[in-house]
Design a binder for this molecule. Structure first.
Ligand SMILES: O=P(O)(O)OC[C@H]1O[C@H](O)[C@H](O)[C@@H](O)[C@@H]1O
Length: 399
């Protein structure tokens, strides 16, 4: 189409630093600075920003950019002798014009390949030769995909070890309204308690004070639910067993020169990482770590439900308002690409089995809903029942 902007464009960003702009045909976009190989923006097809970037972010090398997705390599945090989070986030990366091929089934048009190799100065602080290739891509639905490929190119026969993180800052409406699911019952190292190991309790994680934890051996999928925005971020990862959760809260926020005093209310870092067991590569070996982020309408609900207030008549009008409500919630959950939806009613549990990846598959027939309703007439007969619907068994029912 005439006048349409290119899918990949290199432009000047803040302080004249080079940045790559990616645009997907349906309108989503992302921005990546060559400084740090740092994603600073990811927008959905309504042009809404999804990543937090501090108003005080400096864009002044060698200071790392505060927000977006800093790359922590070859060291996460202070887990080693290098500077905090290693040096990849404050080096200038190059465009990789000839990256080794990706599997043929990976389809995206808006992407950029970056590469980082050590300088002579770097070799003095970390005496290894490597090639770090980073692909940043937008999927057709606006998903943001980052793939890191790190290869040991030492010719002295030596192996090297590293830790790593995609230090993702998510933009949230209000940190006290956010919950993280997928990390409950896991072990974590608490950075606020000298990295001591604890076990998380059974509930989804919520926030009311500073948090800095490294969750260990985490599932490949983690959800960040922003109740106020009615948005869920789904983080899928591969090759990255750990997940760091960080919010500096008020005191630490004030102590950071590149972070606004109140900005902690609008961000949450959930960082797909390798921390506990560093990766070791022999010469010629390559490691791959992949992160995929999507932002979907959030459909979580809990507590008292008033079907009279439910405004939609989207489905079979012969269904009662409560029945319609259930169908719509189930459909919304389907957008989150879940494997299983469970509806809980005051008097019992109803399981609706589901396993589908797109909405073209029939979801739950209205017949099914009717059967369900007949079984639970008492529950549905009056106003304001406790109904809770959740995906993958991750939510907790609060009667
Ligand atoms: O200020 P930075 O070096 O960017 O680090 C910011 C934060 O990153 C991680 O999440 C660490 O777990 C925190 O301990 C650290 O404070």
């Amino acid at each position: 189409m005439a006048g349409e902007k290119p899918q990949v464009e290199i432009v000047k960003g803040v302080n004249g630093l080079d940045k790559v702009v990616l645009r997907e045909v349906r309108g989503s976009s992302a921005e990546v600075y060559l400084y740090g190989g740092h994603v600073t923006s990811w927008k959905n097809d309504h042009e809404e920003e999804l990543l937090f970037l501090s108003n005080k972010a400096m864009f002044k090398p060698p200071k790392a950019i505060r927000g977006g997705i800093p790359i922590c390599f070859p060291q996460f945090g202070s887990h080693g002798t290098l500077e905090q989070h290693g040096f990849a986030r404050n080096r200038f990366w190059s465009i990789d014009t000839d990256p080794p091929p990706f599997p043929a089934n990976i389809s995206h048009n808006a992407f950029v390949d970056l590469i980082l190799k050590p300088s002579e100065e770097d070799a003095k602080i970390w005496p290894h030769s490597y090639e770090f290739r980073l692909r940043v891509a937008l999927g057709p639905g606006g998903d943001l995909m980052l793939t890191s490929r790190i290869r040991n190119t030492n010719n002295d026969g030596k192996a090297f070890s590293f830790t790593f993180a995609y230090h993702t800052y998510f933009l949230v409406s209000d940190i006290s309204e956010v919950r993280v699911e997928g990390l409950e019952t896991l072990d974590y190292l608490d950075n606020l308690q000298e990295k001591e190991r604890f076990t998380e309790q059974g509930d989804a994680i919520t926030f009311e004070s500073e948090v800095d934890k490294i969750y260990l051996s985490t599932p490949s999928k983690i959800a960040i639910i922003d109740h106020e925005k009615k948005r869920t971020f789904v983080l899928r990862k591969d090759g990255l067993p750990d997940a760091v959760v960080w919010n500096p809260w008020d005191k630490k926020a004030k102590a950071m020169s590149d972070f606004g005093d109140d900005e902690y209310k609008h961000m949450l870092c959930v960082e797909a990482a390798v921390v506990e067991k560093p990766i070791t590569l022999k010469p010629g070996e390559e490691w791959k770590g992949r992160l995929e982020l999507s932002a979907v309408p959030s459909s979580y609900c809990s507590g008292q439900l008033d079907p009279q207030k439910f405004p939609l008549r989207l489905v079979d009008p012969s269904l009662s308002r409560m029945e319609q409500y259930i169908v719509v919630r189930v459909l919304l959950e389907a957008l989150v690409d879940c494997d299983l939806i469970i509806c809980l009613f005051a008097s019992g549990v109803i399981i609706i089995k589901l396993k589908f990846n797109n909405l073209s598959t029939p979801v739950v027939s209205t017949m099914k809903i009717k059967e369900m309703v007949q079984h639970h007439e008492e529950d549905l007969g009056s106003d304001g029942h406790d109904v809770n619907i959740w995906a993958n068994g991750m939510h907790k029912w609060k009667p």
